[in-house]
Design a protein around this ligand. Structure first.
Ligand code: CFM
Ligand code: HCA
Length: 531
């Protein structure tokens, strides 16, 4: 397999080869392996990455449904992302839900020349008057930073005028090297201005679900299970979440972190400021869900809760056993390549394994070294100019709201048994000999598909059809190809059904992948002809 990779890298110019080699490794548990991540993509390479605006507005803020999210910029940034991420939301009677809308200042050339603040001011006013939302967010796109519109001044004035919070985000697309910068910018503002401003009543077993965006309804399946056991969900960050609930997030007794990449900043800052620890969970896969539930119950250390947890596990497993056996037979022995944003390439490996599918390559678009190697490496991550550009905020212990649910001794004890305030990353759980590739690009994708010929390629819209035209079934792990939920117990069965059908459909037999054909043309370039 090392040879496979070398032959792909050989095709690059020497400088690109040197760069890309650092983003690729072949898992070998005998070594302490390091991967390069969260650095600039080589210009000219077709990457799958998105932009800072996508990470801020699209990912973290967008799912808050009682907020009007105004995009300050030309219409495309709004229009082409309208509804595509599938973060579902539904509201109780009378509650707001603005998720189906798309708000933009629709900047024109004249705004670029003369400034867009007036237009933004007008947009905020209209949004307030028509919708009366709980809050408004303003997210900047590239041109706003270039022309220097002061979105903070507009937000401040509007906040005073209308009496609701208007939050401004400097998340111009070009900031940072990927979506990841946008997560951080969104986390900072939500922590600084929203979390801690509410005072909702909490019930026993109060938790926040962090880094869960309800794609295809995943969050609903997770809440169904947690509700059945008896947890009180104070807030969700941010799938089907509300600004209203987010304000009281500091009152929970435990934070669950599903997607570490996008929300670890808030998780860490809440711990410092309010004392609430976070537990790394994974509700993708049956065993992952069971382990997460057991760890939660153990944290709260309550007989009744532990008993109820076990009862629910038994009940849920019984309900899915029969269907799962059918799909397992259709999946057994297959192989998969996974390439997704910053957490799913890890989270889905357990579920695939349960179905008998081996992950032979996995990678993140924009994960950091800690998402690959575990949080222990954080102190050793080199800061570069791009990361230094993203503001870090400093939080301190809030004496009036700080509380410890468990004694420090008990917490230390539990840390030995479960991932509390800890994430060990993806690489550790992978098999020796499998590939780990950061910021995989389209050239490498095609070459790997040709040489590995997996049965399943889990990725996104940008490369799905490249794989399928080669006769390889591709499942989008971002949008779930309009299916889902895939989380929790019921989701595992839906996923199993979707990939079983996808891999086993006779369709693939009607497609002749390019490597089975003789080349249509053969020849070589001998000399450049001067014209
Ligand atoms: Fe977290 Fe996400 Fe992901 Fe992500 Fe994303 Fe997404 Fe993703 Mo697409 S927050 S890192 S920035 S789990 S939008 S819901 S699917 S790339 S792996
Ligand atoms: C984003 C959103 C995205 C894109 C998905 C894809 C999503 O990165 O801006 O490329 O298929 O999940 O919708 O990650």
């Amino acid at each position: 397999s090392k040879k496979k990779m070398d032959s792909i890298l050989e095709k690059y110019p020497p400088k690109v080869k040197k760069n890309r080699s650092k983003h690729i490794l072949l898992k070998d548990s005998r070594e302490q392996q390091e991967i390069q991540a969260n650095t600039r993509t080589v210009p000219g390479i077709i990457t799958n990455r998105g932009c800072c605006f996508a990470g801020c507005k699209g990912v973290v803020l967008g799912p808050l449904r009682d907020v009007v999210h105004i995009v300050h910029g030309p219409i495309g940034c709004s229009y082409y992302t309208w509804g595509t991420r599938r973060h579902k939301g539904r509201s109780e009677k009378g509650e707001d839900n603005f998720l189906s809308y798309c708000f933009s200042t629709d900047m024109q050339e004249s705004d670029i020349v003369f400034g867009g603040e007036k237009r933004l001011k007008q947009a905020v006013k209209e949004a307030y008057e028509i919708f009366k939302p709980e809050a408004i967010t303003i997210s900047s796109t590239c041109p706003v930073g270039l022309i220097g519109d002061d979105i903070h001044a507009v937000a401040k004035a509007a906040q005073e005028e209308f009496g609701i919070q208007v939050l401004a985000f400097d998340c111009e697309g070009y900031k940072g090297v990927s979506q990841s910068a946008g997560h951080h910018i969104a986390n900072n503002v939500l922590m600084k201005d929203v979390i801690g401003t509410g005072d909702a009543e909490t019930k026993p077993y109060a938790i926040n679900i962090m880094g869960e965006y309800n794609i295809g309804g995943d969050g609903w399946e997770i809440s169904r299970i947690l509700g059945k056991i008896g947890y009180h969900i104070v807030s969700v960050m941010t799938g089907d979440g509300t600004y209203k609930e987010l304000k009281s997030a500091h009152k929970a007794d435990l934070n669950l972190v599903q997607c570490h990449r996008s929300i670890n900043y808030i998780a860490e800052m809440i711990e410092i400021k309010y004392g609430t620890p976070w537990l790394k969970v994974n509700f993708i896969g049956i065993q992952g869900t069971i382990d997460s539930l057991r760890n939660m119950a153990k944290y709260f250390d309550d007989e009744a809760l532990i008993k109820k947890t076990e009862e629910v596990i038994v009940e849920e497993l019984e309900a899915l056993q029969e269907a799962l056996e059918v799909y397992k037979k259709m999946c057994e022995g297959k192989t998969a390549l996974l390439f997704v944003g910053g957490s799913r390439a890890h989270h889905y490996q357990g579920l695939l394994k349960e179905l008998g599918i081996e992950t032979v390559m996995a990678g993140y678009e924009f994960g950091h070294r800690d998402d690959y190697e575990g949080r222990d490496v954080i102190p050793y991550i080199k800061m570069d100019a791009d990361s230094r550009n993203i503001p870090e905020i400093h939080v301190e212990k809030d004496e009036s709201s700080y509380k410890l649910y468990l004694s420090p001794e008990k917490l230390e004890e539990l840390k030995k048994e479960m991932p509390l305030n800890r994430y060990d990353g993806m690489i550790k759980e992978m098999k020796d000999g499998s590939f780990v590739i950061d910021d995989l690009n389209h050239f490498e994708t095609e070459e790997l598909l040709k040489s590995i010929k997996p049965n399943l390629f889990c990725s996104g819209i940008k490369d799905k059809y490249v794989a399928q035209k080669m006769g390889i079934f591709s499942k989008q792990l971002h949008s779930y190809d309009y299916s889902g939920p895939y989380a929790g117990f019921r989701g595992a069965v839906i996923f199993a059904k979707d990939v079983s059908m996808g891999m086993n459909t006779p369709t693939w037999g009607f497609i002749t992948p390019p490597w089975k054909n003789e080349p249509l043309l053969e020849g070589k370039v001998i000399e450049e002809v001067a014209t």
